[in-house]
Write a protein that binds this ligand. Structure first.
Ligand SMILES: Cc1cc2nc3c(=O)[nH]c(=O)nc-3n(C[C@H](O)[C@H](O)[C@H](O)COP(=O)(O)OP(=O)(O)OC[C@H]3O[C@@H](n4cnc5c(N)ncnc54)[C@H](O)[C@@H]3O)c2cc1C
Length: 556
């Protein structure tokens, strides 16, 4: 490690979340250091996360999202922020950098004792014809947000195509709908919102279609025309406005050119002190690689939450502090109309691909009592059978999703086992939660599966089993069975199961289900207590089955 606490000229490249956090922390620690930030853009320290809401009109002015300027940093922190200054190259051997003043075209050389790279990320533009047409945009910074909003105001587009259904794409869908446009979302993958597993995406699609958004999955945009977009299935969709939201890539060109090592995710490799492979060179924020607290693997999650944290750590370390980065769970959350979607940790595919022996629960419960307007919250939790710890959680719900995901993240960070969840003393009053919070239920379901033989079967797993090899018992009332049921299921309502179960083979696996899982579990208990050898409860019950089935039918 370098002795950095005597460094008196700290140069930072990039002045949004990570760079300004680093500068502020460095100044708090060290009054004497010279701190300079070069920023090629005109805005600094803004809320990128609020930009979609400015476009939709929920945030009235761009100034609300860009409250700070170089004068603020000069006055409050004694930090020089030079906007519209691009760092062209860095020579780590001489600790010098070449900077261009973009306003004048003038180029000059500066020097550093410590360099912090916080160059962020750039929106990916897919290589298709038409991306440079005037009605086609990416959204990354206030300049791009202003351009989109101005375009809407001046051209009054009626239709929009959003290419990509990650969280930025979906936030844009919501805000374009709020701005009065008819929106189509085009996603190359077979599901909308790859942020969650395929078995939760139907809930998101349902939200979108309710708002008259056209959702096209499994198709890619191939050419953009004025007013329309060609897709690779030969069709064409109307789009007076097109938003490209297919992801971001870390800005690493400068780092690569100066010999900074790049990690396996394509972002800058840093240690827990945000230090790169080069002496006195640090990196933080969207240009830098993280690692997962779940499996320790390198992880790239370009989020403001992480950028601010990394920036603070870099600023601390370069002024002699000892804060170390502890990794991330990869937590994200976004709002989609009246719903909230959140996820953290590994998804099902990642968990399986990493070789974990997993147990999965779909817990569908009201977010608060129904008499208080409670609405359904779907929690998918994935746990490791060996360690009994959570590997990942995904939630789609209406209210209180933020609270629940943060409780799960805290549990994962603290290394709690699934059995510990039930014992958490979570806050309860009817306006906020149910007496047993959905988090506690998730813990109970997983604990029952791991320790009490109350095994769960996911809908996806059921669909891979031949109907000859499993007996499917619908434990709901007969009327519900008649309305719709799981393929090959027999109707044995819970109330009459003891009388009817003689028709079942005790030695052949059975899966029970009800609407969401509770009565299915009660039926499972009866069969297990009656000596049935292998009884599963269908995870998430008929509700989850219907969601998955709908998703599958759409794909066909
Ligand atoms: C629409 C949108 C919504 C978002 N919503 C959320 C959210 O809800 N939650 C969340 O956690 N995150 C969200 N994010 C992500 C979040 O905004 C970013 O993670 C965060 O801005 C990263 O900060 P950063 O400082 O690392 O990088 P950036 O914000 O990318 O800033 C890097 C800066 O470095 C400058 N720069 C690069 N190279 C040079 C150079 N050579 N010379 C000078 N300057 C240079 C760039 O101009 C840029 O201004 C959202 C992002 C967007 C675009």
């Amino acid at each position: 490690m370098n002795a950095v606490n005597n460094s008196n000229r700290i140069v930072i490249i990039g002045a949004v979340a990570a760079g300004t956090s680093a500068a502020a922390k460095a100044r708090r620690n060290d009054e004497s250091a010279e701190i300079v930030i070069y920023e090629m853009d005109e805005h600094i320290s803004y809320s990128g996360c609020g930009l979609p809401y400015y476009i939709g009109g929920q945030v009235a002015t761009l100034e609300a999202l860009t409250p700070r300027d170089p004068i603020f940093f000069r006055d409050k922190y004694n930090v020089d922020v030079l906007i519209r200054h691009q760092v062209l190259s860095v020579d780590p051997a001489t600790k010098t950098l070449v900077v261009e003043n973009l306003a004048t075209g003038e180029t000059f050389t500066d020097r550093y004792d410590v360099l912090i790279l916080s160059t962020g990320a750039t929106s990916i533009v897919p290589p298709i014809p038409g991306v440079d047409l005037p009605h086609v945009f990416t959204l990354r910074n206030p300049v791009s947000a202003r351009a989109i909003r101005t375009y809407i105001e001046e051209h009054q587009p009626q239709t929009a195509v959003v290419v990509g259904s990650g969280f930025i794409g979906l936030e844009m869908v919501e805000n374009l709908v709020e701005a009065g446009l008819l929106v189509t979302v085009v996603e190359k993958l077979p599901q909308v919102c790859p942020f969650v597993d395929p078995d939760l995406s139907p809930y998101i699609e349902e939200t979108l279609t309710k708002k008259t958004v056209t959702v096209l999955t499994g198709v890619a945009a191939t050419k953009i025309w004025p007013g329309a977009v060609n897709l690779d299935d030969g069709s064409m969709v109307d789009g007076d406005l097109v938003i490209l939201a297919v992801g971001v890539r870390p800005n690493t060109a400068l780092a690569r050119d100066m010999g900074v090592a790049i990690g396996p995710t394509g972002a800058i490799a840093v240690d827990r002190r945000m230090q790169t492979n080069l002496p006195d060179v640090y990196a933080c924020g969207d240009c830098a690689e993280s690692f997962s607290i779940i499996d320790g693997q390198p992880l790239y999650r370009p989020l403001g939450s992480t950028a601010n944290k990394m920036g603070r750590i870099a600023g601390d370390v370069v002024t002699g502090g000892d804060i170390e980065f502890r990794g991330i769970a990869g937590t994200g959350i976004f709002k989609l109309f009246d719903r909230t979607v959140a996820a953290s940790g590994l998804n099902e595919k990642q968990a399986r691909d990493s070789g974990y022996d997993i147990v999965i629960s779909h817990n569908i419960k009201p977010d608060k009592p129904e008499y208080f307007g409670g609405r359904e919250m779907v929690i998918k939790a994935i746990a490791d059978r060996k360690t009994e710890k959570l590997l990942g959680v995904q939630i789609v719900g209406y209210e209180g999703v933020d609270k629940r995901i943060d409780v799960f993240v805290t549990a994962m960070t603290a290394g709690l086992g699934v059995s510990d969840l039930f014992h958490l003393d979570l806050a309860y009053a009817p306006p906020f939660a149910t007496t047993k919070d959905p988090v506690l239920y998730t813990g109970m379901i997983l604990d029952n599966a791991l320790h009490r033989g109350r095994e769960l079967l996911t809908v996806d797993e059921l669909m891979t089993i031949s109907p000859d090899d499993i007996q499917v018992v619908d434990a709901r009332v007969a009327k519900q069975y008649q309305e719709h049921h799981v393929d090959h299921a027999v109707s044995m309502p819970h109330s009459s199961l003891r009388e009817q179960m003689a028709a079942l083979d005790k030695d052949k696996p059975v899966v029970t289900y009800c609407n969401k899982g509770t009565t299915g579990n009660a039926a499972q208990n009866i069969l297990i207590n009656q000596g049935f050898r292998k009884v599963f409860n269908l995870s998430g019950g008929h509700k989850q089955y219907k969601a998955c089935k709908k998703g599958q039918e759409k794909k066909q």
